[in-house]
Design a protein around this ligand. Structure first.
Ligand code: AQP
Length: 326
């Protein structure tokens, strides 16, 4: 079975972009791959987050993975900071990466923009992400479109390391969904939906109440010409609604566009489809969050399994680069 790794930062509530871009593929493939899914809490430290909030969100994200359909008997779920090989391997890779290539990362530019003092970790975290992936010898990394550049960096670092020090790393490939690879903000349809956007009206959280989902879709930005057509460049708001309906129903956005003449009808159907998709997950989520002890035990089991694999890779990389064994 192919080895797979992916993760989510516990920097906010899981949203529809995280689900359609990443988690949905994880669930669809479980059982046919050997998958590791991690809550990347070290990545969440790249931006300001209250310690109690980080702890709470780490557990919530674990509950979110299960509520969205991951089965811990088929996949390994763990917290990144529970496996010390991640930052250890990241250092070896930081000494493989160059400032120039990290400077080209567009997410660093986007997230750092307008921030007075950008954390050094925000600059280097793509290398930590490379370590997350390479530590598990992952062949495939199911992520949304926004992570394509980071995956390319991971591949380059692995190839460079192998070239200098011998064949240590497996070269991974990104698997990006064909539909909803980049779910857009409902208020700013030229930007991706994100945990850290200022207006919660732009984002559908995975476990939010059905009436709030309906309200947000109703208020979603469209445009003024009143025509339902699929063209992400000229009609980003309407196209983004069609993308959501397409992801929820499996019909292509172009075919869906032909069925509607009014924005109101389209919005009503998008809201209904999303509520139908998300309501069972919300119920499971509320139930899981009522027993944090169970979640903690599951994460401990996951870390034990992850630790073994990641540490073995770290030891191989450390030996190859010339660190003296203890
Ligand atoms: N809008 C999106 N559309 C499709 N996929 C998305 N992903 C995130 N946003 C979208 C995918 O979700 C996975 C986890 O992402 P992440 O939490 O590690 O970080 P991110 O990409 O930086 O997500 P956010 O929501 O924008 O977080 P913040 O605001 O904290 O930076 C990844 O596979 C990602 O592609």
């Amino acid at each position: 079975m192919a080895r797979v790794l992916s993760g989510v930062q516990p920097s906010g509530d899981l949203h529809l972009g995280n689900y359609l871009g990443a988690i949905q593929q994880w669930v669809a493939n479980q059982g046919s791959d050997d998958a590791f899914y991690t809550i990347v809490d070290l990545h969440a430290l790249t931006q300001s987050i209250d310690p109690a909030e980080l702890r709470r969100r780490t557990l919530e994200t674990a509950a979110g993975f299960l509520a969205a359909g991951l089965d811990p008997n088929q996949v390994t779920i763990f917290v990144q900071s529970h496996v010390p090989a991640h930052p250890r391997l990241a250092w070896l890779l930081e000494c493989t990466a160059t400032m120039g290539e990290l400077n080209r990362m567009t997410q660093f530019k986007d997230k750092g923009r307008g921030t007075e003092s950008v954390r050094a970790g925000l600059f280097t975290y793509p290398v930590l992400m490379a370590a997350d992936i390479l530590a598990y010898e992952a062949e495939f990394v199911p992520v949304g479109e926004d992570q394509r550049q980071h995956l390319e960096l991971t591949r380059n670092l692995a190839i460079r390391f192998n070239h200098h020090y011998g064949e240590v790393f497996v070269i991974p490939e990104a698997t990006i969904p064909t539909v909803a690879a980049r779910v857009m903000d409902l208020q700013l349809p030229n930007q991706k939906m994100s945990k850290s956007i200022p207006s919660p009206l732009g984002r559908i959280d995975l476990f939010e109440a059905p009436e709030d989902i309906a309200k947000k879709i109703k208020k979603a930005v469209t445009d003024t010409d009143g025509i339902v057509a699929y063209n992400p460049e000229t009609k980003p708001g309407v196209s983004s609604l069609l993308d959501l309906l397409s992801a929820a129903t499996g019909t292509s956005p172009g075919d869906l566009a032909a069925k509607y003449t009014r924005y109101g009808d389209l919005k009503a159907d998008v809201a209904d489809a999303l509520i139908t998709l998300l309501s069972p997950m919300r119920e499971r989520y509320l139930h899981l969050m009522s027993d944090p002890g169970e979640l903690t035990a599951l994460l401990r089991r996951g870390a034990t399994k992850a630790d073994e694999i990641a540490n073995a890779t770290y030891e191989r990389a450390a030996a190859a680069i010339g660190l003296l064994p203890r």
